[in-house]
Structure formats: structure tokens, C-alpha cells
Design a protein around this ligand. Structure first.
Ligand code: FMN
Length: 177
């Protein structure tokens, strides 16, 4: 699939066929995610792939807008390593690019999956603290690992409608506001 076509046609898919995704295909998709840009090229991510049916069905108790994940082939939990991310943690200056890095990787993941005919839906975890805490506890994540996004994926059992035009030229400010 041509890159621009993929960018314009990817839609959130929330209905999936009862069909597994080959491990090599998941690896190929995650490889594409790992080619995303990151602050200071820290690549502070980890990817947790889960196809356990009980966990997929339980996810809605952790993040309430993920009920459709029960029918996904798997979910990928995109995580950030807070020790690896480019950050400052001083008295007078505190910031971290961890969520930005993970967000870009997540978008790569969605697009790479789409390029292989696989439907996904970005489901938020961070910065919802209760969801972050619940995922950490349920998945026994180490202290330095921050679950950022939950991405159910599977071969589509629906063709989501393409949206009305999303391009708004008035949102571009040429040279001055
Ligand atoms: C940060 C973020 C969090 C989201 N969380 C959820 C979610 O919890 N459940 C869900 O069904 N969709 C979720 N979405 C998907 C959006 O609803 C979807 O991207 C949006 O409606 C636009 O539709 P499209 O992806 O088909 O273009 C999320 C998207 C983003 C970017």
C-alpha cells in the first residue's frame, strides 16, 4: 500500500474476524513502529503482545472503552521506559518526552498494520492514571515501564465509513496567525 493512501484510508476498526495474525506479521508491524522518530533517538519503548482471551475480555474493566477488544486477535500494549526516555527531572525543570515518543510509535503501528490489511484501534492508557496503574498491576510491569496505549488488532470484520473531508485549509496559518 502506498504511504499516502495508507495515511488517508486508515480508520479505527472495532470488529474483527476470528482469525489469528501470524507472529511474523506482528513482528513486521512492530518493527515499523520501532522506526518512528524519538527525542534524542532514545527509542524508549517496549511492546507487550497479548492474545490471552481472558485478558482481552477483562480489558474493559481496566479501560472502559475497550469492550470490543474481546474479539481482537491480540492487543499490543505500547509501553515506555521512563529510565530510557529523554527527560529532565531537576528541581526547576521537569519534563519527559516519553508519551510523545510512544504516541508516534503507536501511529506507526496502526499504519503498518493497515498496510498489511489488519484493523486496529488506538485505545488510550496514559495519561489516565487509573488505567496506567491497573495495567501495571494486572501485567506485573516493572516500575520503570509506563503502559501508554492499548491497541487491539485483527483482520477486519467491518469496513468503517471513511469520514467527511477532514482537511480544513483555514487551520493552516501561512506566515502569521
Ligand atoms: C489518544 C486516543 C485515545 C483513544 N481511545 C479510544 C478508546 O479508548 N476506545 C475507542 O474505541 N477508540 C479510541 N480512540 C480512537 C478514536 O475514537 C478514533 O481515532 C477517532 O474517532 C477517529 O476515527 P478514525 O481512527 O477512524 O480516524 C482513541 C484515539 C486516540 C488518538
Amino acid at each position: 500500500m502506498e504511504l499516502m493512501e495508507g495515511l488517508l484510508t486508515r480508520r479505527s476498526v472495532r470488529k474483527y474476524q476470528d482469525k489469528p495474525i501470524a507472529r511474523e506479521t506482528i513482528e513486521e508491524i512492530i518493527r515499523a513502529a520501532q522506526f518512528a522518530p524519538t527525542a534524542h533517538n532514545r527509542q524508549p519503548w517496549e511492546f507487550l503482545v497479548i492474545d490471552d482471551r481472558e485478558f482481552l475480555a477483562d480489558l474493559r474493566h481496566i479501560q472502559r472503552w475497550t469492550s470490543f477488544a474481546k474479539d481482537a486477535a491480540c492487543v499490543v500494549i505500547v509501553c515506555g521506559d521512563i529510565e530510557k526516555s529523554f527527560n529532565r527531572n531537576k528541581e526547576d525543570e521537569k519534563w519527559s518526552f516519553i508519551d510523545v515518543d510512544c504516541a508516534i510509535a503507536t501511529e506507526n503501528l496502526l499504519l503498518a498494520a493497515w498496510a498489511r490489511g489488519i484493523g486496529t484501534c488506538y485505545c488510550g492508557a496514559a495519561p489516565m492514571q487509573r488505567v496506567v496503574d491497573a495495567l501495571k498491576e494486572r501485567l506485573h510491569l516493572p516500575d520503570n515501564i509506563r503502559p501508554f496505549a492499548i491497541v487491539p488488532m485483527g483482520y477486519p470484520a467491518e469496513t468503517p465509513k471513511q469520514p467527511e473531508e477532514r482537511y480544513h485549509p483555514e487551520k493552516i496559518h501561512w506566515g502569521k496567525w
